[in-house]
Design a protein around this ligand. Structure first.
Ligand code: AMP
Ligand code: ZN
Length: 457
């Protein structure tokens, strides 16, 4: 079996990966807070962990990797959005969830094994708080339940920070009811009209960190293999998840390996909603093909900060033009040898070296272009497709790629699928409407016994 090496934030070293259960891997990655559309930074982190998921599935087998990525659907950012817009909370979270899933599909991010929503695990969160109170790691103050950082000797270990640094570097609320200013909220009271649940501490809601601790232990167990997220989450979010879970379950180490992906930057500054320097995935994908964005994201090592530019995106699109051109020229070749290039697997197994993997992909494209005999072509095409699949690339029909040129091909294909479903459901009115709407945009559908194709008028 290929050995995987990874950069473990916990030990600050590159280490050989040994899962708890030799044949099964369990991974948890913090997902989005659903209050607004995803920006490019959120998407890059999701794509990078999709790369880890793809590698783990390749090495351990598809059914052997349990991947959990949560949806935070109770949070003060959501509440703020509700207060600003007057929209019901549930409408905000459901709509944002749907947008997110759409973005993920376009970027060819595989569906994780579980996408738990925090609001469905409130009981588990309450149980965790009870355990922490029983073990003397939490206390009640002013209607809240707080975690006592002084009760945990190793607090700060994951982020490697001293208490002084932590207090200086993070936005930590200093309040006189806290025993230590770094103590953080496990449960807080909700006012009437705010999201809340009945608990032994009254009507209230969980703190953000608690959500991930409860969902990971319910779905993966108290000890699991990999925990990931963007590097902005190391402190306080991951430090606090770790503290709660280890203290609630004495003897457990919580996640054995921690992986963090670098921040996506614009002009040297982290892209974020609060700095208002963000591009929404949705807006960018209205102008560029999603696959070019995916290629751009993985062209830099996951651990490094990544500087986003539209020039870079245009270049990625050109590279894919070249790749798809090779495939278009080999359209009548039946691929054989559908195993991924060993060098690409090795590169990815070495702490997910995607830039190196992509350089081998260029070589495979050249080999396909140069192949002469039918056997050579079939083998080169098979190897290229299987290798690219590991990177979530080259899974479209070349004609679709060139026809689309990024101006909505994926959406048209999605409409064709929706129309086929409408026909299956005998919803002729909807099927006709989809065809007419596309026609109004200059797209004609052509039905044949093998399916529906489209062209521009
Ligand atoms: P949020 O919705 O803010 O909780 O973030 C969801 C995910 O996006 C987390 O894993 C964050 O680490 C990640 N994230 C937020 N901003 C960026 C950024 N600029 N670059 C990379 N990842 C980010
Ligand atoms: Zn989390």
């Amino acid at each position: 079996m290929t050995e995987i090496y990874l950069n473990n934030t916990l030990t600050r070293r590159k280490e050989k990966f040994t899962p708890i259960d030799a044949k099964k891997v369990r991974m948890y990655v913090c997902g989005p807070t659903v209050y607004d559309k995803a920006h490019l930074g959120n998407a890059r982190t999701a794509v990078m962990f999709d790369q880890w998921f793809r590698l783990l599935r390749q090495v351990y087998g598809e059914g052997q990797v349990v991947y959990v990525s949560n949806i935070t659907d109770v949070d003060d950012k959501i509440l703020k959005k509700h207060q600003e817009t007057g929209k019901p909370i549930r409408e905000i979270t459901e709509q944002t969830y749907n947008w997110y899933i759409e973005d993920m599909h376009k970027l060819n991010v595989l569906e994780p094994t579980y996408r738990p929503r925090a609001t469905e695990y409130i009981q588990e969160m309450i149980e965790l708080v009870k355990l922490l109170l029983q073990n003397g790691h939490a206390y009640e103050a002013k209607g809240q339940v707080l975690f006592s950082v002084d009760s945990m000797p190793g607090y700060g270990y994951l982020s490697g920070r001293s208490m002084k640094e932590m207090l200086a570097g993070a936005r930590i609320e200093v309040a006189d009811y806290k025993r230590n200013p770094a103590d953080f909220i496990l449960w807080k009271p909700s006012e009437e009209g705010q999201p809340g649940w009945d608990s032994p501490w009254g009507y209230g809601r969980p703190g953000w960190h608690l959500e991930c601790s409860a969902m990971s232990s319910k779905l993966l167990g108290d000890d699991f293999d990999i925990h990931g997220g963007g590097s902005d989450l190391i402190f306080p979010h991951h430090e606090n998840e770790c503290a709660q879970s280890c203290c609630a379950h004495p003897g457990s180490k919580f996640a054995h390996y921690w992986l963090h992906s670098g921040m996506l930057m614009v002009d040297g500054v982290k892209m974020s909603k609060s700095l208002n320097n963000f591009y929404l995935v949705d807006d960018v994908l209205a102008k560029y093909p999603a696959e070019a964005l995916r290629l751009l994201f993985i062209s830099t090592h996951y651990h490094q900060p990544f500087n986003f530019t539209f020039e870079g995106l245009a270049q990625s699109k050109q590279i894919l033009d070249k790749f798809y051109n090779a495939l278009r020229n080999a359209a009548d070749v039946n691929a054989s040898d559908e195993t991924a290039d060993e060098r690409i697997v090795e590169a990815l197994a070495d702490d997910l070296n995607t830039p190196l993997a992509i350089s081998y992909l260029h070589e495979l494209v050249n080999q396909l272009n140069k192949a002469e005999s039918a056997e050579e072509k079939a083998a080169a095409k098979g190897k290229l497709l299987a290798s690219a699949k590991l990177l979530g690339l080259l899974e479209q029909n070349p004609e679709t790629w060139f026809k689309g040129k990024g101006d909505g091909a994926a959406e048209i294909e999605a409409q064709i699928v929706a129309r086929a479903q409408a026909k299956k459901d005998k919803n002729w009115a909807l099927a006709d409407k989809i065809r007419d709407d596309l026609k109004a945009q200059g797209i004609v559908l052509e039905d044949s016994p093998t399916g529906t194709t489209w062209k521009k008028m």
